[in-house]
Design a protein around this ligand. Structure first.
Ligand code: ATP
Ligand code: MG
Length: 394
């Protein structure tokens, strides 16, 4: 039986030119993600995108699993393709949906007729197909208000499509419709979630990780690779910059008061990330910060961090509780990787009593005792660049 995927795209409020850009980018993203399974043809038809495999051996389960993670799709269905003959439609609906129909009690049939020449009206199609399914499944009754399954019959120009309940898509906007931003990724729980949340709004990602060997290990870097590869299942491939941060951290330890260590470190992260983002064509930074979570994330500390960045800083987790962030990290499958216990550079030289009410003026004064230019330039110039794709793993 020939099958297709039917995709419903989101953000229906978008009109005119915006809408066609949105759809073009969505199709490009789907094609790129599905490419490893084989070739597909995409046809736009009203508010539905029809995705048709061009080879018979393509695994549509796998294709659906990929599509489920593409932002910009609010719902999708796997549908049987069938000749436009009412008796054939009845038989195929029964064959195609038999397993699901056996396990439920209530259903209804919905008909959509874009081919107005089809000799039966929508109510006639519903009656005919509904009656046939009732005759074949004694467990079923019709419930037009709250059915467990809606069997949809779509009569198109060339074929009819038959499918069961539409599945929920990833929602959001196609990645690439809203520019690019650079994610500061630490290996913890919050930053992969932050990257995922911004990618969901159509922002393409690049990423920067600060590593401080020998205080931090190679395993910590591999953990970041694994986290990014999981985010890349949603966002598409991500260029990662790994910055050698040891010299800067040691200089902070040697020249700054202990209670400002973390804050100065975070300000230098912002400076380096801003420079790398500009080089990479990214227009904003993204962090996993959440207000009040730790001393470096008080409202005062965040203000001081912001001041060192030369680009806008997006903090999508800012108003979320840790439990809410964890719920998202479980849903996107980053949680188990995030909780692996490898040292992050943030835990190197951590002050016992960090300042919680710093001011930019105080931190500027603390920073002025040392000329950081050379170390910063060196960290930027020597950052290692690599592409992380969805297939990467530890
Ligand atoms: P996370 O769970 O994302 O590690 P966190 O609650 O542990 O966050 P911090 O360690 O204070 O918080 O870091 C705050 C944010 O700073 C992180 O979400 C991340 O965006 C950025 N960050 C921290 N450490 C690094 C690092 N080594 N490399 C890149 N970014 C980092
Ligand atoms: Mg952290």
């Amino acid at each position: 039986m020939k099958e297709v995927l039917l995709l419903k795209d989101g953000e229906l409020a978008l009109k005119g030119l915006n809408r066609s850009t949105f759809e073009d980018i969505l199709v490009k993203n789907c094609k790129r993600r599905l490419a490893r399974l084989g070739k597909f043809t995409f046809t736009k038809s009203q508010s539905t995108m029809i995705v048709e495999p061009n080879q018979p051996d393509i695994d549509l389960d796998e294709a659906a699993a990929i599509i489920r993670k593409v932002f910009g799709i609010v719902g999708y269905s796997r549908a049987a393709v069938c000749e436009k003959e009412l008796p054939t439609i009845c038989c195929i609906a029964q064959d195609y949906l038999a397993d699901e129909l056996q396990n439920i009690h209530t259903f209804k049939v919905e008909a959509k007729r874009s081919d107005k020449k089809f000799p039966f009206t929508s109510p006639e199609i519903c009656r005919e197909v509904g009656g046939y399914l009732l005759s074949k499944n004694k467990n079923l009754s019709v419930d037009v208000h709250h059915p467990e399954m809606t069997v949809t019959v779509e009569i198109r120009d060339q074929y009819a499509f038959i499918h069961g309940n539409q599945k929920k898509g990833a929602g959001g906007m196609p990645v690439g419709t809203n520019g690019k931003a650079m994610l500061l990724i630490s290996g913890g729980i919050d930053s992969p979630v932050a990257g995922w949340m911004m990618a969901k709004r159509g922002i393409a990602l690049s990423a920067v990780h600060f590593a401080s060997p020998p205080y931090t290990s190679k395993r910590a870097e591999m953990k970041v690779h694994e986290l990014l590869s999981k985010v890349a299942e949603y966002s598409g491939r991500i260029k990662l910059y790994t910055v050698h941060f040891t010299d800067i951290q040691e200089a902070i330890r040697d020249h700054c008061p202990e209670d400002t260590f973390t804050l100065i470190m975070r300000r230098h992260m912002m400076r380096i990330a801003s420079a790398l983002a500009e080089k990479d064509g990214a227009s904003a930074l993204i962090t996993g910060e959440s207000v009040g979570q730790v001393a470096s994330q008080t409202i005062y500390a965040l203000g001081c961090t912001d001041q060192a960045a030369s680009l806008p800083v997006f903090r999508p987790c800012i108003g979320l509780d840790k439990t809410e962030i964890i719920d998202i990290s479980r849903a996107i499958n980053t949680f188990e990787t995030s909780i692996q216990p490898y040292e992050d550079c943030c835990t190197v030289f951590t002050p016992k009593h960090p300042k919680t009410k710093p001011t930019p003026a105080l931190l500027q004064e603390v920073e002025s005792v040392f000329d950081w230019t050379e170390l910063l330039n060196q960290a930027i110039a020597t950052a290692k660049e690599e592409w992380i794709t969805q297939e990467e793993g530890i």
